[in-house]
Design a protein around this ligand. Structure first.
Ligand code: ZN
Length: 265
């Protein structure tokens, strides 16, 4: 296991993990930027992309609630409805069940805005049709912060979501992508979250101790999944593992910072 050097500051966004000198410098600069968040972070728009219902809760449910408490708008976009997540029901039936579970889970967390793009679960493609849809959504909603699955997730739909969203963010910022309507929009802060496996390339951890119970309660709404695999226990275990390594907080969520900008100044 790599030796982790941990940086800690008493802010809501409070710890950084780095393993070389360059990361130390980056972490120090990030910590200066993040210090300003508690006073300046109101009215930010947060957009969370998930391949399947429940991914967003496992990956960044605690951070989503933290954003809500800071007065930010949080919106979730599901790329599929997760209809391949169980053999007990037909795909058509399971899609409906999982959309309802997603709505219930988000309701507990306090998220009111969400949408389903209803791609085929298990076959998500970073194709041009999906790309245009995503650029349109980004230009329409104009998020300041985007959360998306990590690039090295095991599930192909998670990786396809990463590909689609990062490409869409890149296309959305220019005046040259006429296929999607709306004005150019630059997303200034991008964080990728982990579900499976635990990611090596994380450089930012968020203390979610206060929100772990709420995250757990929201996740338990995904009954069609938990009845076969204990994703609630998994999320708690990841949180505890990350918490212990993030300078001893009880629970944490860790991310790879893909981009962070000076919107907080
Ligand atoms: Zn998933």
């Amino acid at each position: 296991m790599q030796k982790l050097i941990i940086y800690y500051s008493k802010t809501p966004f409070n710890s950084f993990i780095a393993n070389n000198f360059q990361s130390k410098i980056i972490s120090f600069i990030l910590s200066l930027l993040i210090l300003a968040i508690p006073v300046q972070a109101k009215n930010l728009k947060v957009m969370v992309f998930a391949a399947h219902p429940d991914d967003e809760l496992i990956g960044c449910g605690g951070s989503m609630r933290k954003h809500i408490n800071l007065g930010n708008d949080v919106r979730v976009v599901y790329l599929t409805s997760g209809e391949a997540g169980n053999l007990k029901y037909s795909k058509e039936k399971l899609a409906g069940i999982r959309e309802k579970e997603a709505e219930n889970g988000l309701g507990i967390l306090g998220v009111k805005d969400f949408s389903f793009l209803r791609n085929k679960d298990g076959y998500l493609e970073a194709n041009s049709e999906n790309l245009i849809k995503m650029v349109e959504l980004i230009r329409k909603y104009k998020p300041d912060i985007v959360y998306l699955p990590h690039s090295e997730e095991a599930h192909q739909d998670h990786r396809a979501t990463y590909d689609l969203v990062t490409k869409a963010i890149n296309k959305a910022k220019g005046n040259w992508f006429q296929e999607a309507p709306g004005k150019a929009w630059q997303v200034k802060n991008i964080f990728s979250y982990e579900i499976y496996p635990l990611q090596k390339a994380v450089n930012y951890c968020e203390d979610i101790t206060t929100f772990m119970n709420l995250k757990d309660t929201a996740l338990k709404e995904h009954k069609s999944q938990i009845e076969s695999i204990a994703y609630d226990d998994l999320a708690k275990s990841i949180g505890r593992y990350r918490g212990i390594l993030s300078n001893g907080t009880e629970y944490a969520e860790c991310f790879q910072v893909i981009r962070i900008d000076d919107i907080f100044h």
